[in-house]
Design a protein around this ligand. Structure first.
Ligand code: AMP
Ligand code: MG
Length: 412
């Protein structure tokens, strides 16, 4: 890619994804594997359930002893004991007898059904049964869920609560997963000051490092903010050199436009492994992507906060999702009715900030917040979606149906 080429959003994204390789699997403890992709095949080593047990609180019986039972003339059986969940050994029971049994307790030898409490008089010494039992009634059979040697989960499975529960049931407290990428976020700009410092005239509080670190965490990464780097070649290269070994992805913001002080672009262009292009989109036209130190992907996003976030959404989020091994790397979109007119430049894909409403009939409508200006942080914070105006569209009339990207929190 030669510098200063204008490329489409799709072309730039394709180039980015080509430069992203999934991480090496690691061993992770069970709860820390939540949201990650399983990187091994899990074969059951156990029988689930491991013993025949009761599905209800009731009385273990032999079906044949209950045949004549009805509400009008109950069958009455002596109760010879209790079986509780966690009983250490299997109890037994002779013909013509019953045992009181709790949910999950092992079925006594000699019983072949359980009648639930509600269909009895709940007796202690003896019990009246109001109906006959079916064969096998309310018995959870050993191995009906899983048997040893059966596949339980396959490599590539997404680990949510249900899968984590199964792994625990199988006796696994650690599993192999694709790790969360470690993302390092660097804000560049000599005008920037830390949030802890009141800005003097002409200074700007660094909000991008918070914005992009939070966005990267939301996308599933383990992300860290690095302090502000001034517009200074050697300082920038020094910081990046220090970070590249601990990072799976580096993200910088600022310093990628045409200005004389756009140091990120100047310093990294010289390396030859990071390329700067103009993407046919608004905001987010100047973009840099490449690798430093031969392996660490680096995204150089523009400095205006809205541009930084839109660039993150369009290029970085899919890259993080790809590293995580996610099947779906793009956010889901919805179609919404636009409630105000939008103008757009031909040949440029515009991403406008909007508020998406769900109407009573289930349809979506969207209004814009803020103008097209990419410095409008308060408007960005009021938005819950991006409205996508395609390249060929120059005017969106009120009532048009447009593609909208809801910016839903992922909770990782
Ligand atoms: P640049 O891309 O470096 O030319 O920055 C464009 C605009 O974004 C300038 O007005 C910057 O002050 C602003 N900006 C750059 N970096 C940040 C940041 N980390 N936080 C907030 N605003 C920023
Ligand atoms: Mg700057």
């Amino acid at each position: 890619m030669a510098d200063e080429q204008v490329v489409s959003v799709e072309q730039h994204l394709a180039g980015v994804l080509e430069g992203i390789t999934p991480l090496e699997p690691i061993e992770q403890t069970l709860l820390d594997s939540q949201g990650l992709m399983l990187a091994e095949n899990i074969i059951s080593g156990v029988t689930l359930p491991s013993f025949d047990n009761s599905a209800v609180d009731g009385y273990a019986v032999r079906m044949v002893d209950t045949r004549m039972a009805s509400a009008e003339s109950p069958v009455v059986l002596p109760v010879v004991g209790d079986v509780v969940a966690g009983a250490k050994s299997r109890s037994g029971m002779g013909p013509g007898l019953a045992m009181r049994i709790m949910t999950g307790a092992p079925i006594p030898a000699g019983a072949d059904a359980v009648i639930r409490l509600e269909d009895t008089d709940r007796g202690v010494a003896k019990v009246a049964l109001f109906r006959p039992a079916q064969s096998g009634e309310a018995i959870r059979r050993a191995g009906e869920d899983l048997v040893p040697g059966a596949p339980a989960l396959g490599a590539g499975a997404a680990l949510g609560p249900q899968q984590i529960a199964l792994l625990a049931a199988l006796g696994r407290d650690r599993v192999r997963v694709l790790p969360r990428p470690r993302v390092v976020v660097v804000s560049t700009g000599s005008e920037l000051v830390d949030v802890s410092q009141p800005p003097a005239f002409g200074e700007v509080v660094d909000s991008n490092s918070y914005l992009i670190t939070a966005a990267a965490r939301d996308a599933g990464a383990d992300a860290y903010r690095i302090g502000i780097v001034p517009d200074d070649h050697s300082r920038l290269l020094e910081v990046l050199e220090g970070q590249r070994l601990r990072a799976d992805i580096i993200i910088t913001t600022g310093g990628v436009s045409m200005g004389a002080f756009d140091v990120v672009k100047q310093a990294l262009s010289d390396l030859g492994t990071v390329h700067f292009v103009k993407v046919a989109m608004q905001p987010g036209r100047p973009q840099g992507f490449g690798h430093i130190g031969g392996r660490t992907p680096i995204f150089c996003l523009p400095g205006n906060p809205v541009s930084a976030l839109v660039s993150f959404e369009v290029f970085v989020r899919p890259a993080i999702r790809r590293m995580l091994g996610k099947r779906t790397i793009q956010r889901a979109t919805v179609q919404a009715t636009v409630l105000e007119r939008i103008d757009s430049r031909a040949g440029v894909r515009q991403y406008r900030r909007g508020v998406l409403h769900r109407e009573a009939n289930g349809d979506y409508s969207v209004t814009l917040v803020g103008g097209p200006g990419s410095h409008l942080i308060a408007a960005l914070a009021a938005a819950n979606c991006l409205v996508v105006v395609p390249e060929e569209v120059t005017e969106v009339a009120v009532g048009s149906r447009m593609t909208v990207i809801p910016l839903l929190l992922s909770h990782r």
